[in-house]
Write a protein that binds this ligand. Structure first.
Ligand SMILES: [Ca+2]
Ligand SMILES: [Ca+2]
Length: 334
């Protein structure tokens, strides 16, 4: 991707043109994504095949220049080869939030599916395919109890939260984007919030009952913003990032403890009055500090239009003959 200083290996998204979708099986089982050699299969997962131009997530290594990937379809014998766990393989949580609903928002790591409560709106127009909408009253996605050993415990760990938010910034103060805690300020866990006018303007990340980085910078209301938080557990070096760039903020060091609590997307879990109002999309949690290049990539890589900017998603001619020579596809077809 132009603008990177080195290579990154990251999950990414691309939209599939309607012209290619029309060649595929009705459920998209024969879709494949390859690297620029046209043959090396990439781990991929379809967020919402019912869309006119479905969005596919895949994992790849991107360099400083344009990156070309191929999308194939048109093999009536191919069976489903999606590997959502592969796409999310270095994450501890990966919620594309484009689920059809009405009950579950799936975590592609396979561990912490969210159950909606309060009437979360599925199928909102998102930054990457669909998104979830939260009414700011009682809507949230319940991730349940994060017990000892759950990857989302992140005790003693660094972390990165990456998320697209389209906030309203009215309603509750200290609106929780995601929160694992049993008390205020991410007690016994961690949380990231954005706050409108009620108690002062701020975007804040908490760990174990304290603000670890806090800034008066706010996301822009009613449009999609990329927000990220990088946290280290051994020093006051947390950062908040807006649209791929780090922003300042006051700091303090905190260590995330090994403590069982509940966890929610769009609310905290120990009371009411902290509900996020607006839409959320593409929430990812990594158990490490992502680099500046990686944050830049996460902020930019997802809209389908960005892929066109890199010259990616070339739709090759002769798709069917090419795919018939694809060894793995033939194996998959039995
Ligand atoms: Ca989405
Ligand atoms: Ca509601």
């Amino acid at each position: 991707m132009p603008g990177l200083s080195g290579s990154v290996t990251m999950p990414c998204c691309v939209s599939i043109p309607a012209s290619l979708k029309s060649l595929c099986q009705a459920n998209g089982e024969d879709l494949r994504i390859t690297s620029s050699d046209g043959e090396t299969l990439l781990d991929y997962g379809i967020e919402d095949w019912s869309a006119a131009e479905p969005v596919v997530h895949f994992r790849h290594t991107f360099n400083t220049g344009d990156t070309e990937v191929y999308a194939y379809g048109g093999n009536a014998l191919a069976s489903d080869d999606q590997d959502k766990v592969g796409v999310a393989q270095d994450c501890v949580g990966y919620w594309p939030l484009g689920d059809a609903g009405p009950t579950y928002a799936y975590d592609w790591t396979g561990t912490n599916t969210g159950s909606q409560s309060g009437g979360v709106t599925f199928g909102q127009m998102g930054r990457q395919a669909d998104a979830c909408g939260f009414d700011g009253d009682n809507d949230f996605l319940d991730l349940g109890t994060i017990g000892i050993g759950n990857p989302l415990m992140l005790n003693g760990s660094d972390l990165t939260v990456s998320v697209f938010i389209k906030p309203v910034l009215t309603g509750d103060s200290y609106q929780r984007i995601v929160d694992k805690s049993d008390g205020g300020a991410g007690q016994n866990g961690y949380a990231i919030i954005t706050n409108g006018s009620l108690s002062g303007f701020e975007t804040t990340a908490y760990a174990n009952g304290n603000a670890v980085v806090r800034t008066s910078t706010l996301p822009t209301v009613n449009v999609w913003n990329h927000l990220a938080w990088t946290h280290t557990n051994n020093a006051a070096t947390d950062l908040l990032w807006f649209e791929g760039s780090s922003i300042g903020g006051s700091q303090s060091a905190q260590i995330i403890p090994n403590a069982e609590t509940n966890m929610r997307i769009g609310s905290w879990n120990h009371s009411t009055g902290r509900e996020y109002k607006g839409d959320l999309d593409g929430l990812i949690i990594f158990p490490r500090v992502c680099s500046a290049d990686e944050i830049k990539f996460l902020a930019k890589a997802y809209p389908a239009s960005a892929m066109l900017e890199w010259g990616a998603l070339v739709e090759p001619s002769g798709i069917i003959s090419r795919i018939m020579h694809h060894r793995k596809l033939m194996a998959g077809a039995g």
